[in-house]
Structures are given as C-alpha cells and as structure tokens.
Design a protein around this ligand. Structure first.
Ligand code: ZN
Length: 226
C-alpha cells in the first residue's frame, strides 16, 4: 500500500474535496482510491475513482476542465482528503463553476441559484448584480455610474483613513476602514471587469516566484540544501 497512513474505507476509497485555492470555493467532491491518490500526486492533476465505472478518471479528461492540484491535505483522522486546486474552467458537469448551487432549507432542496462562495467573492457577485440592476438605486450603482474618478476618490480617501487608523487608532477602526478600502476596491475592479480571482492569482504568482528566487539565492551562496 502506497499510502499506509490514509484511512481508506472498506471499499478502498476516501472522500476527496476539491477547493479553489484562490477563492476558497469548494468546487466538487469525489472518491479516490490509493491509485487515484498516487496518480494525482504524480501528475498534479486531480484524478478520481468512479464507483459507477469502477475505474480511474482524470477530472476534465473529456471536458478539458482540469483541476491542477497545488497540494493535498488529509483531515485529522486521515479519512477525507482536501485538494487545493487551480481549476481550469467549470468544475461541475452542469457547466457551473462548482457543484454547490442548491440551497438546503427546512423546506427541502431549493432551485439552482448563485453558487456557494466565500464572503468576499459573494460580495463581488453582489456588486456585479447591483451594477446590472436597472430599477433599484444603490450606493454601489451610483459609484459605478459616476465612473473611475468618483471611485478613485473614494479608494484614495479610504486608503488614507486606514493608514491613519493603522498608525494610531483602535483595532475596531482599523478593521472598519480596511473593510471600506476592500469594498471600494471591489467596485473599482467591477468597473474594469477585473475579477477578484485575478488579483489573488497575482499574489499566488508572487509568492511562488519569491519562493523560487529565495531557493535560488540560498543555493547560490551555499548556505542551504539544494
Ligand atoms: Zn457537479
């Protein structure tokens, strides 16, 4: 057995949850056996075990919507796996980004709606909806209608306020002013139709670049392991 510490069930399977590492969005859940896990680790592409077809399948092998796996985590008792992924395209067979788009209430299973999103990304989606709304008035829409100069004025104003808060005001003020910056930044991103995901992607790229640069520097001066 290649993975002696993973607790596979009596069918030799373990649940695997795929989470977008940039957005935090849970994309899908599927099964893995030891071979699927091994292949995932070897190729960096999420590979699952199909219970209906009784064979391995690489996610996206027909749709092209692959999941590039940045890391695999196990939970405390090692019977569920979490794949932190960079998704290529929609992850659900319905064409939606994630499989989780139906709300469960005490009345039962609801109709398909906006997919489950971590709050900052839900706020981004709400801003997009406000932008598209023709009837209702909102602060968000008034900013977007006024355009870049109005939005930039707010971003600069709020950035100044959070800077002053960081320098000498309460934690509550720091949090509140940082929230104002984030909100107005999201409005600015909406104006330019730049997705928040693309912003987080930049941070991911930078951290991996700095990792490589750091490693190269360590190796060059001979102070670290190759
Ligand atoms: Zn699905």
């Amino acid at each position: 057995m290649a993975h002696p510490n993973i607790t596979f069930d009596s069918n030799g399977l373990v649940t695997a949850v795929a989470q977008d590492r940039a957005t935090g969005e849970v994309r899908m859940v599927a099964w893995m056996n030891a071979d699927a896990l091994e292949q995932t680790l070897a190729t960096g592409l999420a590979t699952f075990f199909s219970r209906s077809r009784q064979k391995l399948w690489v996610k996206g092998e027909t749709s092209g919507h692959r999941l590039r796996v940045a890391s695999v985590m196990a939970d405390c008792d090692a019977d569920t796996l979490l794949l932190l992924v960079d998704p290529e395209g929609a992850s659900c067979h319905t064409g939606r980004p994630t499989c989780f788009f139906r709300r469960v209430t005490d009345g039962g299973l609801g109709e398909p709606e906006r997919q489950a999103l971590p709050y900052l990304f839900e706020l981004e989606a709400t801003i997009a909806e406000r932008a598209a709304a023709t009837a209702e008035k909102s602060y968000t829409k008034s900013l977007l209608d006024a355009g870049a100069s109005k939005i930039n004025k707010k971003i600069e104003e709020e950035a100044g306020e959070v800077a002053r808060a960081i320098a000498g005001e309460s934690d509550e003020r720091v949090a509140s002013e940082a929230a104002d910056v984030l909100y107005h930044l999201l409005v600015g991103l909406r104006l330019r139709q730049v997705p928040l995901r693309a912003v987080v992607q930049k941070l991911i790229e930078r951290s991996s670049q700095s990792g490589h640069a750091e490693k190269a520097a360590r190796n060059a001066d001979g102070t670290g392991p190759a």
